[in-house]
Unconditional design. Structure first.
Length: 311
């Protein structure tokens, strides 16, 4: 049911109202709030397994992507009581994060002009114990965003080098374009190592790789120290840090989407971090790039011993 100011969408046992469905969120592309909600409703079967049970940080653009951006951690009292929440400790108090466990919640977030969802690396009930490790690869500073061709080559090569090192450590990994300029390489963990240990291990992996390829890669946190080298970013492995969730729309012209890909797609000349958009990501999702038996989560202990032997 629709009116000029609301659009009712059925989601399981619930009906979610999309207010001001014709509100344009992506002015250059004519993509409205209703379009955003339709996309998230369609992609939900592929997206929700990556969201369930994880605290979220919500990137909201109520006046469209050209307007103010709000990074929302605390769940407003106005959210429906059926939306899952989790209270998380922070310095000096707590924050109540939204958890997206179903299509209705995903649609409500779209109604709130939540364009992008950023998720924790751990789940409710085991918040101190991450079950994934993330390496963030972006082109060197100064590379024009969206430029075709060579700007992605450094990311592609770094991904191959990191994937080979992770294989040597017996750590299976998956790939995802970020919807921006780079890639995330994600390693499933068994959830028995705390955040500090995971981040330290990720840092040591990155430093080992950078030491082997000092002209191409760096772990320098200061931009001025990186030069034209690609930065191996492991900061998303800390407590309460987030990474963009698979199939999230990014608040950029064209509405690019953070999209899982197969390793054999990495060298496809057409593959680029801006390739999949709100209009095409569902087709890629249906190819089930992360389908089949999921990589078995690994413990860090054996991988740590293998890494120490290589250093």
């Amino acid at each position: 049911m629709s009116t000029s100011s609301t659009h009712a969408v059925r989601a399981g046992r619930r009906t979610v109202e999309i207010h001001r469905p014709d509100k344009v969120l992506f002015p250059d592309d004519g993509i409205s709030k209703a379009d955003l909600a339709d996309y998230y409703r369609s992609v939900a079967p592929f997206m929700l397994p990556h969201l369930r049970g994880r605290p979220l940080m919500l990137e909201r653009h109520p006046d469209g992507i050209d307007g103010p951006r709000f990074m929302q951690k605390d769940t407003p009292d106005s959210y429906p009581d059926w939306i899952h929440r989790v209270e998380v400790a922070k310095e000096g108090g707590t924050v109540t994060h939204t958890v997206c466990d179903d299509i209705a919640t995903l649609l409500h977030l779209a109604d709130q002009a939540c364009v992008t969802l950023h998720r924790w690396q751990s789940r409710v009930g085991r918040l101190e114990w991450p079950d994934r490790m993330v390496f963030d690869l972006d082109p060197p500073e100064g590379t024009p965003e969206g430029a075709p061709g060579d700007d992605f080559d450094a990311v592609r090569r770094a991904a191959h080098l990191l994937g080979e090192l992770l294989d040597a450590l017996n750590l299976p990994s998956t790939l995802m374009t970020t919807g921006s300029k780079g890639l995330h390489i994600i390693v499933p963990l068994d959830g028995h190592s705390p955040f500090d240990d995971v981040r330290a291990f990720a840092r040591d992996v990155a430093q080992t790789l950078a030491a082997a390829h000092p002209g191409e890669l760096t772990t320098a946190a200061r931009k001025q120290a990186r030069g034209d080298r690609l930065y191996l970013d492991v900061q998303r492995n800390g407590y309460a840090q987030t990474a963009v969730a698979p199939y999230s729309v990014r608040a950029r012209p064209g509405a690019p989407v953070a999209t899982p890909i197969r390793w054999d797609q990495l060298d496809d000349p057409a593959t680029h971090s801006r390739r999949w958009t709100i209009r095409t990501a569902l087709e890629q999702a249906r190819t089930a790039p992360w389908d089949g038996p999921a990589p078995r989560p690994r413990a860090l202990g054996p991988a740590r011993r293998r890494l120490d032997a290589l250093r």
